[in-house]
Design a protein around this ligand. Sequence first.
Ligand code: NAP
Length: 491
Amino acid sequence: MELKNLIDGKPVAPSSGRYTEKFNPATGEKLADVPLSDASDVDRAVETARRAFKSWRLTPAPKRGEILYRVGRILEERKDAIARLMTQEMGKVLTEARGDVQEAIDMAYYMGGEGRRSFGYTTPSELPDKFAFAMRDPIGVAAIITPWNFPAAIPSWKMFPALVLGNTVVFKPASDTPLVAGEMVKILHEAGVPGGVVNLVYGSGGVVGDALLGHPDVKLVSFTGSVETGRHVAEKAGHGLKRVSLELGGKNAVLVMDDANLDLAVEGILWSAFGTTGQRCTACSRLIVQRGIYPKLEARLTERIQKLRLGDGLLESTDVGPLIHRQARERVHSYVEIGRQEGARLVVGGSPDDSGELSRGAFYAPTLFADVKRTMRIAREEIFGPVLSMIPVDTLEEAIEVNNEVAYGLSSSIFTQDVQNTFRAIRDLASGIVYINAGTTGAEIHLPFGGTRDTGNGHREAGTAAIDFFSEWKSVYVDFSGKLQRAQIDD
Ligand code: NAP
């Protein structure tokens, strides 16, 4: 199958005439040829989006919202088919892929509703016979640059609020997930988004992404990906004074206190650490455990991790799918080697798994390290794979300190049954998301999503926070006094 860019509502071949191949990370099977577009394709897409903005911004917001409701309905009808495609292209198990599509469905309905809200406000004027209000304006062409780990959810977090507020979009998906990206844009068109309002340009980050960041007609950039790329995005887009939202990496921790419900903690930890093969931005990769419960937790986790079944995510029997590709597997393994050299105790896993059918893919044995010191690299750097590190602590205060001392601040969780521990943790965990008695994953789309410190640049996605990012304020003063009234000037 040869994919095409979608510009002005039409499939378009890349002007370079070049393509790259996309493979299934579980089976090695070839899935598609994907365009390697260049700056001239970006120019064309941005120009189309710029022109489309003129009419889209004037389309009544409730009408824009109705289109998103239709998007939600189509996604519901095709949920299973899109989920299967997702599992094939990036490996997560089918139940999780369905959850990824469900997030896009939820976002379509939530943002559809914003068509009839997008609230501004009125406020009294300091002068007589004068009326003051603040309203939201769309901004213009939005560049949407996404990673591969949530191929439906993350583009929906960005494109749906952008569109309902009247912006137009040029979407550059991750090179590793071109197929679901194509489906998402086709569905937007099917639901009634006019040609030109959403444009899809495939290609590498260094070429297509970079061209978007430098394009003068791109007015806002919504980016999710690694810290390294995020810094580049901030610098380049910042030079053009674009509005930039960055959602970056994580080094998320679950804190387990001595009084925790152990059964619940084990379930929450397994789901957070090994779901999506540890490749969620909110994946738990550190366990900060009070010493009293440490031996029991280690034993219970070891037993359960050994039973996790690796395989193709399409199979019901699979618990953990492959990594996104073999390069990622090498990177994960290099961290395991670093952990060993640093003196952490490898409890289970710790190697690629090429047994039988798995030899066709990028599988890695779910891994647990114990006796990890807070200063070790495996305790501080994002690994983005199925590797979990147990760090012993004495007190809640120490646990919170360990949680907060890494560069990232996305998601933290605590298992405790003590109300004082709970509220101290809520107050003191320096993360954008905090869970009590649940793992580090499972964000709902109507709450702000994002993190502190190097996890981003202070913006949040989802909920009303997304409305703020994708619109700008216009303050309006209507003077009906019939004379010149001067604010702040003594008469
Ligand atoms: P990545 O390598 O930074 O890539 C993200 C996107 O940026 C891709 O579309 C990539 O294109 C593009 N890109 C690469 N170089 C670029 C450049 N010079 N200019 C503009 N765009 C460029 O990240 P990833 O490996 O796909 O994703 C994993 C990372 O994302 C992890 O660190 C994870 O924690 C983070 N993440 C964060 C969140 C959050 O909400 N905080 C959510 C999910 C993931 P190509 O694919 O063509 O390289």
